[in-house]
Design a protein around this ligand. Structure first.
Ligand code: KG4
Ligand code: ZN
Length: 344
């Protein structure tokens, strides 16, 4: 079964093809340079850029993979959460294709697709514990199957990626800053700045990163003002920030593992899962507890259509599809599991 995946939730326009679980084509146009001057994604600009890119990317994908539109068996599109105008572009394109080619369509939950992206690299093992860390979300899930994921905890305010990006702006890095902070942290020492490990003094699995974001920005401003040599210490600062985020994520994941000891694997997902320190700590947690560690390749941690095509293929293979009237869901609303199931 050949599944076309379409991703336009935020600022990456991407299309991919997955045949029977194997990625056979992938195109991506990042809008990051267009938004960088504003220090964050501008929704109206994002929709316009998606509209500009999506047609040419579709043609390029088919040409590079030697595929004709008729060879596509099913179409999967990210239906949310995301920016409304951006989602509209991808979903209108997907529905037009489904209608024109007379093929089934699936509106895929972008967060579920992030979680399943590890399956592009190695077989998925259920039940698993999933830590999804991106620019907009920090969440812990118990993963029973591709169609059954239980939310255990989530960020009550900012996501881990938001801390990287906002502190990055303060450091003068371009948006999104996680990758740059990761690179600087590698030459830094962890014990030079004291930053909090937030929201651990409780017995739930939720996160709260806004306090750490404020503490990091305030520390940075104070130290920079007092120390003309601060530029030499950027690596140390980035390392301290990364350690604070990684320790917090590690500790809540460790507690979730204690409560879900029957799981066989720990999965990482989302853009921040590309972070070397966080990846290392969560992998250590998995290995020390006899669990398998699953994570996507670095390029499939950030937003991409390979994960949408893969999730769409998994769900279609289990008999799920949508009626053409399925809706898109912007940020902040629960995404219903409203697929129709074909009798097997
Ligand atoms: O999953 P994603 O592409 O978009 C959302 O759905 O939010 O994640 C983007 C986030 C940004 O906050 C970016 O700074 C962060 O992932 N990121 C990283 C790294 N690479 C990307 N954060 C820390 N270390 C990295 N190496
Ligand atoms: Zn994402």
């Amino acid at each position: 079964m050949l599944c076309l995946g379409i991703e336009t939730s935020c600022d990456e326009t991407s299309l991919a093809l997955v045949r029977d679980g194997v990625l056979t084509g992938h195109t991506l146009a990042s809008q990051a340079p267009a938004h960088a001057v504003f220090g964050g994604v501008v929704p109206e600009l994002a929709s316009r850029e998606h509209y500009r890119f999506i047609g040419p990317l579709f043609d390029e994908l088919l040409e590079r993979s030697g595929t004709s539109p008729e060879m596509i068996d099913v179409i999967a599109v990210a239906r949310g959460p995301g920016l409304l105008g951006s989602l509209l572009v991808g979903n209108a394109f997907a529905k037009g294709l489904a209608l024109g080619l007379n093929r089934p369509i699936l509106g895929v939950n972008h967060l579920v697709a992030h979680l399943l992206a590890a399956g592009l690299a190695q077989p998925l093992e259920f039940p698993g514990l999933g830590l999804l860390i991106s620019g907009g979300h920090t969440r812990l899930y118990r993963l029973n199957s591709p169609a059954d994921m239980l939310l255990l905890g989530r960020s009550l305010d900012d996501a881990a990626g938001e801390v990287f990006d906002k502190v990055g702006v303060e450091l003068g890095f371009s948006y999104p800053a996680g990758k740059m902070i990761d690179a600087c942290a590698r030459i830094g020492k962890a014990d030079k700045f004291t930053l909090p490990r937030p929201y651990l003094d409780n017995d739930n699995l939720d996160f709260s990163f806004s306090g750490l974001k404020t503490a990091a920005v305030n520390t940075l401003r104070a130290v920079r003002q007092a120390d003309p040599d601060f530029r030499q210490k950027i690596g140390d600062f980035c390392r301290s920030l990364e350690e604070a985020i990684a320790d917090t994520l590690y500790e809540k994941t460790r507690r979730a593992l204690r409560e879900n000891s029957d799981i066989t694997s720990i999965w990482l997902a989302g853009g921040v899962a590309a972070n070397s320190l966080i990846r290392g700590k969560i992998e250590t947690l998995a290995v020390e507890n006899g669990k398998k560690f699953l994570a996507p390749k670095l390029e499939y941690c950030v937003d991409n259509a390979a994960m949408i095509a893969y999730a769409g293929w998994l769900l279609a293979d289990s008999g799920y599809s949508h009626k053409l009237g399925f809706t898109i869901i912007p940020r902040g609303r629960k995404i219903p599991f409203d697929f129709v199931k074909m009798p097997s």
